[in-house]
Design a protein. Structure first.
Length: 463
């Protein structure tokens, strides 16, 4: 009966929007290895009860998903949790996340992510990420938000302005390693942050020949320069940056965190102030720079155990030096670093990496309603609905010279003043044992210069 409700809700979600999306068969299960269940933590009925967890558990899903920006995903995701004796549940001793996945638009994820508050002495938390990410057709729209001209007709085969389906794309290979440490200060909720990161980035034109392999002549992509190629030939992307490079940086910061539950808090504050430094002595011989990131999250309980409001506001800016163009589209945080702004992890429904500059601000507001809580296969389980609004804009422009741009091509640099890019939408979330959450989000852009809409299947709430 419960599974029937899940699939009905899921099918309804996939039918949202102007186009009917094909219904993927989502198969997810949750196994309890060497673990036990204990006493009820909350609730007065069987449907509302929450059992403590002990020992090792893992969540596993086939990586069957969809993201408007990267296409249909296939592969596998496994998330291991160790709850120890159960006295810290729903917190865990260790979390180990593995993902191997590919998408129909040429993206690939090979990732191991580790998180623990208990591995190191003195209650120092460690999070570490080793990833190799491939993008055959990574979104590239230029710099400074609305000052970068976007016209969907240029990638629409039915339009008389059509140039190529991959006109606003480039190829990127990213090898990423990060390790962050957090330790408590005088206040129980106040922590220091120190971390290191290595981003080895390789950028190139879209490999048209590879994408055309096996296609009928009428379906082949034209071998024409895309926007990235034009930026390189015009000198907007300097020759020394055009093929990418390696950035090694240090992260220092302060964090205040009073959340009651990290995966989906019902109350609390999570505020971060971080300084990211890429000095020349760590190997950044060509480009040394400093960035500042300020992020505030706040969670409000509107109905006990059922309804909450989650808010986030952030600002990230360059303080000194020169950030190479391939390091601009990243949103810093103390947990993980995501592409942004635009797309699944920050402004849902807006084109991925649409808002890129030396500095930017963003905000999110989301209502979350846990309308069903029960036991499923002897595991704690709930389903939640959400409604959200996302926004962001460039606050410090990335400087470049258009002297090398032919007069008849300067329309790619609009005179429009930058303003907030806004989207809104809703989501459906399935959570097992409070920590393993499968999320379905559908967002719509309010301005056609940011695209139309986006549908995403991922893990976890956005923040």
């Amino acid at each position: 009966m419960i599974l029937g409700k899940i699939f009905c809700c899921y099918s309804s979600t996939l039918l949202m929007g102007k186009k009917i999306l094909p219904v993927l068969f989502l198969c997810f299960f949750y196994c309890n290895l060497w673990g036990q269940q204990d006493t009820t933590l909350e609730g007065n009925s069987k449907a509302d009860s929450v059992k403590t967890k002990k020992g090792w558990s893992f969540g596993a899903v086939p990586a069957l998903g969809f993201d408007t920006d990267i296409g249909f995903k296939y592969g596998a995701v496994v998330n291991l949790f160790n709850y120890g004796k159960g006295d810290i549940y729903p917190n865990y001793l260790y979390s180990i996340y593995f993902e191997w996945s590919r998408t129909t638009k040429g993206s690939g994820i090979n990732q191991i992510f580790f998180d623990s508050k208990y591995l190191l002495p003195w209650k120092i938390r460690i999070t570490s990420d080793l990833s190799f990410l491939t993008e055959q057709t990574l979104n590239f729209y230029g710099f400074n938000g609305y000052q970068a001209y976007y016209n969907h007709a240029l990638e629409d085969e039915q339009s008389n302005q059509y140039i190529s389906r991959v006109f606003y794309r480039c190829d990127r290979r990213l090898l990423k390693f990060t390790t962050d440490l957090q330790g408590k200060l005088t206040d129980n909720n106040l922590r220091w942050l120190a971390g290191i990161a290595v981003f080895d980035t390789k950028v190139s034109s879209v490999d048209i020949g590879k994408l055309n392999e096996g296609k009928a002549e009428k379906d082949k992509l034209p071998d024409v320069p895309g926007l990235y190629d034009r930026y390189v030939s015009w000198g907007i992307i300097p020759a020394g940056q055009a093929k990418g490079g390696t950035s090694n940086f240090l992260k220092l910061g302060l964090i205040y965190d009073s959340r009651d539950n990290e995966p989906n808090p019902m109350k609390g504050i999570w505020t971060e102030a971080m300084l990211m430094v890429a000095p020349s002595f760590t190997g950044n011989k060509k480009f040394d720079y400093t960035q500042l990131a300020l992020i505030h999250h706040q969670y409000f309980t509107l109905a006990e155990k059922k309804l909450s409001l989650a808010c986030r506001i952030g600002w990230q800016t360059k303080l000194s030096g020169h950030i190479p163009f391939y390091m601009l589209p990243y949103m810093l945080s103390s947990y993980q670093t995501y592409d942004g702004l635009g797309g699944a992890k920050n402004m849902r429904g807006i084109l991925r990496d649409r808002v890129v500059g030396d500095g930017f601000a963003y905000s999110n507001a989301e209502l979350r309603y846990k309308f069903l809580r029960t036991m499923l296969f002897k595991q704690n389980f709930y389903i939640a609905l959400s409604g959200f609004a996302d926004a962001g804009m460039v606050t410090r422009k990335y400087k470049f010279d258009i002297a090398g741009v032919p007069q008849d091509q300067r329309y790619f640099f609009a005179d429009n003043a930058e303003k907030p890019h806004v989207s809104c939408g809703g989501g459906l979330h399935f959570a097992l044992n409070e920590n393993f959450i499968v999320a379905f989000d559908y967002g719509m852009a309010t301005d056609r210069r940011d695209g139309n809409s986006g549908f995403y299947i991922n893990l976890n709430f956005l923040y």
